[in-house]
Design a protein around this ligand. Structure first.
Ligand code: HAM
Length: 422
């Protein structure tokens, strides 16, 4: 037997049904907010992520699935969605002024070579939004409130907490970094990664998976923010609070990717009983990335939502949020020919969910199968029925039988809907 790779999953049955339901609901919300869907390649050149996400991040330095193609070009399976969308915006020059603001969303698989555990996989699906052109309160609030609207549509908003920070950038970054390096130098037992990061990118040490817990009182970024940024942060918190969201300031929140500038946030589910409550949604502003990847200076912000984490949570908290797909009709075809297939296709085209006997054509096995599949109604088709176009429809719950006219598909549909209170 060949097993699936570690950290991946096969999705089917109820989980697939819920996954479909979640994606459908989220797409509606994002279309209503005038976001357009974008699909970018699953593999991209390695350099995109080295330049975009940052070579000192764990994602780039340790977790990428990398391969050389037949011409020896170095590609990676995408570990996240932002860099690919920015690459597309730059490559197709979508950033021209009369296109802005640009509002995109995507759904797709991402790949990270992480240690698999609950909620942490090597292939996982992300739903993300990326928006370009506006650097103001409006856009910050829209991004976070769309994330919250998604959770609200899944009735998860009550326990969702937004952790928020504002990263020091611009002129103020230098004195902050100096203070941070000074603080980090008071530890003499830091891991090798931290040693490198102190030199190359000191902020990255704060979310180190090994030593991050040690940094309990690093210099607070808030103390180094410009007055303008402090005002922006204050307005953002006020606005989110007025929208009735639970907001907590977290001055050590840096996020695991290097492109962020200014506002960053993570949304966690407070009632998550697991030891380390997992982040459902993470995002923020990345005003330098378009330029870093070869475009002009265009501000941007967005978020990514881990679909599997959401599904795990829904499974525990709201198992019945999405109705199960039901079988309206099971056809026992005692005879099979083109006429039967035509009839079944017409019934399906009318909007009914219809299955029919594939394995064996006896009444007994047909009824057993209909029961197993929880079909609401059973229709029996033999040569006599096909000639007269009159057949018996049996309701599985009540046992009631009715003779129906097989030419009257709409009447059959109405009858089935009414009998089952659909
Ligand atoms: P991220 O925080 O790396 O951000 O990932 C976003 C979300 O993806 C996480 O909050 C989590 O729910 C899910 N996730 C990440 N890694 C895994 C994993 N190994 N297994 C399962 N789920 C996972 C980004 O990727 C950014 N691109 C988000 C963004 C978009 N920022 C701005 N725009």
């Amino acid at each position: 037997m060949i097993n699936k790779p570690r950290g991946t999953s096969d999705v089917y049955g109820r989980r697939m049904e819920v996954l479909d339901g979640v994606i459908g609901r989220v797409k509606t919300i994002l279309h209503q907010a005038n976001y357009q869907e974008i699909m970018t390649p699953i593999f991209e050149s390695k350099e995109l992520f080295v330049r975009g996400v940052g070579e000192t991040s764990d994602v780039v330095s340790k977790e990428m699935y990398e391969f050389n193609d037949k011409k020896n070009r170095v590609f990676v399976l995408r570990p996240e969605g932002t860099a690919g969308v920015v690459r597309a915006v730059v490559e197709d020059k979508m950033y021209v002024l009369n296109n802005l603001p640009l509002k995109f969303f995507y759904v797709g698989s991402m790949f990270r070579y992480e240690r698999p555990q609950a909620g942490r996989y090597r292939q996982f699906n992300q739903l993300g939004i990326e928006t370009f052109g506006a650097d103001n309160l409006n856009q910050d609030v829209e991004v976070i409130s769309l994330a919250m609207e998604i959770l609200t549509s899944l009735t998860l908003e009550q326990n969702a907490v937004i952790y928020l920070n504002y990263l020091v950038s611009g002129e103020e970054k230098k004195p902050y970094l100096a203070a941070l390096v000074q603080y980090l130098s008071t530890f003499d037992d830091l891991c090798d990664d931290c040693q490198v990061r102190i030199q190359k990118n000191p902020m990255r040490t704060l979310d180190c998976k090994i030593d991050g817990y040690k940094f309990t009182n690093p210099p607070s970024m808030g103390d180094y923010l410009s007055v303008q940024d402090q005002m922006r942060m204050k307005e953002l918190v006020e606005c989110l609070t007025a929208l009735n969201y639970q907001v907590k300031l977290d001055p050590s929140l840096v996020r695991g990717l290097d492109y962020y500038t200014g506002m960053v946030f993570e949304i966690k589910y407070a009632a998550d009983k697991s030891q380390e409550s997992l982040t459902l949604i993470g995002g923020g502003r990345y005003n330098n990335l378009v330029q870093q990847l070869g475009g002009p200076s265009v501000p941007a912000a967005g978020f990514g939502l881990g679909i599997e984490r959401l599904l795990n949570l829904l499974g525990e908290e709201k198992p019945d949020l999405f109705t199960r797909r039901e079988l309206d009709l099971y056809v026992i075809a005692l005879e099979f020919n083109a006429q039967v297939m035509q009839l079944i296709s017409t019934l399906r085209a009318s909007g009914l969910v219809v299955d029919f006997s594939l394995l064996n054509n006896t009444l007994k096995t047909g009824f057993n199968q209909a029961k197993k599949l929880q079909a609401k109604e059973v229709l029996i088709l033999g040569s006599q029925e096909l000639t007269s176009m009159q057949a018996k429809l049996k309701n599985q719950a009540t046992g009631k039988e009715q003779v129906i006219d097989l030419n009257q598909i709409e009447i059959i549909k109405t009858m089935i809907r009414e009998q089952n209170n659909d």
